[in-house]
Design a protein around this ligand. Structure first.
Ligand code: ARG
Length: 459
C-alpha cells in the first residue's frame, strides 16, 4: 500500500518494519478523540481560509460519518496505515478525495498524537473518578452501619488500641479523597492544547489555536511547541496517580484477606465474590482481593516503564514516545477492572461485629487507657506507663485481661486505682473518649462522614 509519506521513498517498507512500526493495534482506541480533534482542526482551517470553507464543511461531515461507521463496526483499520491518525485520514481521503487530503494542513502527527492522548486520558480520568466516588460512597455506607462496631486497631499487626470498623473504613475514604484530588490535579495539567505545535516549530499558516482550544475544552494553547509535542509528563503523572490508587486497593485487599481468615473471622466474603479449590472441597478463597493485590504490580511496572522511556529522549518528538500508550492504557484498564469489583466485594461482605468486638478484647488494647486513667489522677505518664506495663505482665501470668482483674489486684501496683477504673478501661470508653478531631469516637467519625459527603457532592 502506498504510504501517506511515500513521496521521498524509492522502495516499499519491509513487511517486518511495517508490523514493527505500526501502533494501530493499540492506538485505535483513540479513534473518537482523533476524529473530534480533526473536526476542530478542519473547522479552524476553514474559518481562517487556510482551506476552502466547502472543503472544511465536507471534511467535518464525513468525519462524523466515519465516527458512526467505526462505532457501528463498519470500518476496519489497517496495519499498513501505521496508526490511528493515518488510518482515519486514509478513510477520509478514500471518501472525499482532495478535500480529505487538505485536512493535514498546518498539522503534524506529532501534535496530533499529543492532542489525542491528552483527550483520551482526560475522558478516562472522569470515568475513574466516578468509580472512585462510588467506592467512597460504599465505604461511607459501611461506616454508617458500623459506627459502634468496636474492633482492634493495629500497629506492627499487633493489637494496639480499640477503634471502630467505621473509623477503619473512613481511613480509606481519606485515601480515596486524595486519589480523586490527584486525578483532578493531573487533569488540570493535561488541559493545555498541543495542537498547533506542528512537527516541532508550529507552522507558517495563520492558525487560530485559541479557537481550537475552546472547541475542544482546553484551557488554552501550550506556549512552547517543542514542549507541546514532546511533553509526556501527563502520562507519567497519571501513571503515578493510578499506582497510588492501586497501593490503596492493595493494602485494603491485604487487610480483607487477613480479616477473612479463620484466624481473624472479622468478615466473610460473599459467595459471589469468592472462589473454590479444584481439590479441597472446603475452600472458599478471597481470589478477588488477591488478584487486585497482584494487579498492583503491573500498574507500578507501567509507571517505571514510562519513566524509563522518557528519561533520555532529546527534544522534541522521537519515535520512542509511541511507547507511551500501552502502559498507561493497561493501567487504566486494570484500574477500571478492579474498582467496580472491589466496590461490590466490600458492599456484599458480611461483617462479623461480634468477632471484631472479641478481637478488641484480647491483646490488652485498653492498656494505654489504663495508663491515662492514672495520669488523670496525677501520676506522671512515664510512671503510669511502667505501672501498667507491670500490670500487663501480671495479667499475662494469671491469664486475665485488665478488666478481669480485681480491684485488690490493681491496688497491688498502685493505690491510686479505684472502682472507676473499670469504666475508664471499658472498650466503649476507650473509643468514646477519643473524640478529638480525627478520632474513632462516634461523633468525630460522624463529623468526618459529613465532611466527606460534602466533598463527594463536588466531585
Ligand atoms: N504513532 C505515533 C505515536 O504514537 C504517532 C506520531 C508519529 N510521528 C512521527 N513523526 N512518526 O507516537
Amino acid at each position: 500500500m502506498a504510504k501517506l509519506w511515500g513521496g521521498r521513498f524509492q522502495k516499499a517498507t519491509d513487511k517486518k518494519v511495517d508490523d514493527f512500526n505500526s501502533s494501530i493495534r493499540f492506538d485505535s482506541r483513540m479513534y473518537k478523540q482523533d476524529i473530534t480533534g480533526s473536526i476542530a482542526h478542519a473547522k479552524m482551517l476553514g474559518k481562517q481560509n487556510i482551506i476552502p470553507e466547502d472543503d472544511s464543511a465536507l471534511i467535518v461531515k464525513t468525519l462524523k460519518e466515519i465516527l458512526d461507521d467505526i462505532e457501528n463496526g463498519n470500518v476496519g483499520f489497517e496495519i499498513d496505515a501505521e496508526d490511528i491518525h493515518m488510518n482515519i485520514e486514509k478513510i477520509l481521503t478514500e471518501r472525499i478525495g482532495d478535500a480529505g487530503k487538505r485536512l493535514h494542513t498546518a498539522r503534524s502527527r506529532n501534535d496530533q498524537v499529543a492532542l489525542d492522548l491528552r483527550m483520551y486520558l482526560k475522558d478516562e480520568v472522569d470515568e475513574i473518578t466516578s468509580m472512585l466516588k462510588n467506592l467512597a460512597e460504599t465505604l461511607i455506607l459501611l461506616a454508617k452501619n458500623n459506627l459502634d462496631t468496636i474492633m482492634p486497631g493495629y500497629t506492627h499487626l499487633q493489637k494496639a488500641q480499640p477503634v471502630t470498623a467505621a473509623h477503619h473504613f473512613m481511613a480509606y475514604v481519606e485515601m480515596i479523597k486524595r486519589d480523586i484530588g490527584r486525578l483532578a490535579d493531573a487533569k488540570k495539567r493535561m488541559n493545555s492544547l498541543p495542537l498547533g505545535s506542528g512537527a516541532l516549530a508550529t507552522s507558517t499558516y495563520p492558525i487560530d489555536r485559541d479557537f481550537v482550544a475552546t472547541e475542544l475544552g482546553f484551557d488554552g494553547p501550550c506556549l512552547n511547541s517543542l514542549d507541546g509535542v514532546s511533553d509526556r509528563d501527563f502520562v507519567i503523572e497519571l501513571s503515578a496517580a493510578l499506582s497510588i490508587i492501586m497501593v490503596h486497593l492493595s493494602r485494603f485487599s491485604e487487610e480483607l484477606i487477613l480479616w477473612n481468615t479463620d484466624e481473624f473471622s472479622f468478615v466473610e466474603m460473599d459467595d459471589g465474590f469468592s472462589t473454590g479449590s479444584s481439590i479441597m472441597p472446603q475452600k472458599k478463597n478471597p481470589d478477588v482481593a488477591e488478584l487486585i493485590r497482584g494487579k498492583a504490580g503491573r500498574v507500578f511496572g507501567n509507571l517505571m516503564g514510562i519513566l524509563t522511556v522518557m528519561k533520555g529522549i532529546p527534544l522534541a518528538y522521537n519515535k520512542d514516545m509511541q511507547e507511551d500508550k500501552e502502559g498507561i492504557f493497561d493501567s487504566i484498564d486494570t484500574i477500571k477492572l478492579c474498582l467496580p469489583v472491589f466496590t461490590d466485594m466490600i458492599a456484599t461482605m458480611r461483617i462479623n461485629k461480634d468477632n471484631m468486638r472479641k478481637g478488641a478484647g484480647g491483646g490488652f488494647t485498653n492498656a494505654t487507657d489504663a495508663a491515662d486513667y492514672l495520669v488523670k489522677k496525677g501520676v506522671p505518664f512515664r510512671n503510669a506507663h511502667e505501672i501498667i506495663g507491670k500490670l500487663v505482665f501480671y495479667s499475662i501470668e494469671h491469664s486475665k485481661s485488665l478488666e478481669q482483674l480485681e480491684l485488690a489486684e490493681f491496688k497491688q501496683f498502685s493505690d491510686v486505682f479505684e472502682n472507676d477504673v473499670y469504666e475508664a478501661i471499658s472498650f466503649e470508653s476507650c473509643v468514646s473518649y477519643r473524640s478529638v478531631i480525627g478520632g474513632p469516637a462516634k461523633e468525630t467519625v460522624m463529623l468526618a462522614i459529613e465532611k466527606n459527603e460534602e466533598f463527594l457532592k463536588t466531585v
